[in-house]
Ligand binder design. Structure first.
Ligand code: NDP
Length: 435
């Protein structure tokens, strides 16, 4: 862990971010839900309520986790875990880990995604389970997730100490940093059940699609129709999540899986923050059925799909380049590249290729631009009556700018002079010509 710990933030930043995550994020999740569902999406209304009622008022609006909330979470989690374990899928090798291991995965994400949505809609269609129940108990569900995920992170910490799954694990000697940044890179239950694939993909990302559909159904139940704004926003979110599962094996090569250890930062984020915050534009639209008109709706839809496609193509280009060892074409030409060598934590020397043309020649993290714009396009159907629906876009921008820095720092310490050369060839971090 020591080598990896150097590449994340310093202890001071870790303490500050952990403290704020622990103390600010849970109440924020509840306040955001309360504002969207009970205060007309208006920060002013919630603010007035809190000013009048103080801390007791806040305690009063914090829903207690109820039995029905736990049941919904448990059934959903167990269903997703079963799909992860049982659905067939291609055997996929993950990237070489810092300790020189190569984790093996089963690529059945797209099948799990299809089965989940078909089952959910089927349950609704045949009157077995009404998704509006999820919306009606959303606050209790988020509350249960907040506490349940914290306990889950304690389990991850203990497992990291007592029964690590691979040599990509270990303590940095500081309990808080171990808990926060995680101890194991790819913890497993048994040989095959990968915990991070479950938390990040099958629970977190899947819940995004499930809740987007839930919000649509709730609006339909309330108004007898689904407004075009809700349709555009939901379609864009579903296209994005479909793209995610289509490319899930590629996701296993990204920082979340290949570099970030399973701790509070990543797992709590995927288990609580993704279902509550990432889905929030849809949550807002339930009670705000804006009519955009066909033309504007189509413009937003096309722009959003284009951004999602470009983001996908950036990821695809990098992965195709790595998979073929640079023997591919990038924008119709043979790619320009840097052959970089590095040393693993076990002291082995390995080499890797850095792509310096195509999207990856525009800026070192250009793919974050279409990612942020996609989020903007599935939020903008809410128009501009309230700022709160835009919280996710603002949060994502901060997250990705921080991530670009974290990734640059990590790559600099991994590749040394080769990364310096990459920075000379591709000087911009995210926005070509600007930043
Ligand atoms: P990347 O896919 O950008 O992966 C970064 C890694 O790629 C680096 O650590 C390095 O790893 C390798 N790399 C860097 N530059 C090059 C290059 N020029 N050529 C080849 N390999 C290179 O990381 P992310 O995980 O940040 O993004 C993955 C996707 O997830 C993106 O689409 C992003 O937008 C999305 N995302 C979405 C978030 C959300 O909350 N909505 C949050 C974060 C990401 P190595 O050690 O292998 O060299």
């Amino acid at each position: 862990m020591a080598a990896e710990a150097k590449t994340v933030h310093s202890a001071v930043v870790t303490y500050a971010s952990m403290l704020s995550l622990l103390s600010l994020c849970p109440p924020f999740v509840i306040l955001l839900w309360y504002t969207m569902v009970h205060a007309d999406g208006s920060i002013g209304q919630t603010w007035d309520y809190l000013r009048q009622n103080g801390l007791q008022g806040f305690i009063d609006i914090w829903p207690r986790p109820t039995v029905i909330a736990w049941k919904i979470i448990f059934c959903y989690g167990a269903f997703e875990a079963a799909l992860q374990l049982l659905l067939p899928g291609k055997r996929v090798e993950g990237p070489i880990s810092p300790a020189g291991n190569r984790p093996i995965y089963k690529a059945n994400g797209l099948a799990a995604f299809a089965v989940t949505l078909i089952t959910y809609l089927g349950l609704w269609w045949y009157g077995i389970f009404n998704p509006t129940i999820v919306y009606d108990h959303l606050g209790e569900i988020f509350s249960a997730l907040i506490f349940g995920s914290f306990i889950f992170c304690i389990f991850l910490y203990l497992k990291g100490h007592l029964a690590p799954s691979s040599s990509d694990s270990g303590s940095c000697g500081n309990l808080i940093i171990d808990f926060y940044w995680g101890m194991e890179l790819y913890p497993r239950i048994g040989k095959n059940f990968d915990i991070k694939v479950f938390t990040n993909c099958r629970f977190g990302m899947m819940s995004w699609a499930v809740l987007a559909v839930t919000y649509c159904i709730k609006q339909y139940e309330l108004n007898g129709r689904v407004a075009d704004s809700m349709l555009v926003s939901t379609i864009l979110m579903l296209v994005y999540v479909t793209k995610f599962f289509w490319w899930e094996a590629g996701y296993w090569n990204t920082m979340d899986i290949a570099h970030d250890r399973a701790g509070f930062y990543i797992c709590w984020g995927c288990l609580v923050w993704v279902p509550s915050i990432y889905t929030s534009p849809g949550m807002y639209l339930v009670n705000h059925p804006v009519d955009l008109g066909t033309q504007l709706a189509i413009y937003i839809l096309v722009a959003g799909i284009l951004c999602i496609y470009i983001n996908y193509d950036c990821d695809r280009q990098r992965q195709e380049f790595r998979r073929t060892n640079g023997k591919c074409t990038v924008w119709g030409k043979s790619p320009s590249k840097i052959l970089a060598s590095y040393t693993t934590t076990s002291g082995e020397t390995k080499s890797s290729l850095l792509l310096t043309s195509g999207w990856w020649g525009l800026a070192r993290h250009f793919h974050y631009v279409p990612e942020i714009l996609s989020a903007f396009f599935w939020t903008v159907p809410a128009l501009f009556n309230h700022v709160l629906p835009y919280f996710y876009v603002v949060f994502l921008t901060i997250l990705l700018f921080d991530r670009a820095k974290r990734d640059d720092d990590r790559c600099r310490s991994k590749y040394g002079k080769y990364w310096k050369l990459y920075c000379q060839r591709v000087p911009y971090k995210i926005i070509p010509g600007i930043y």
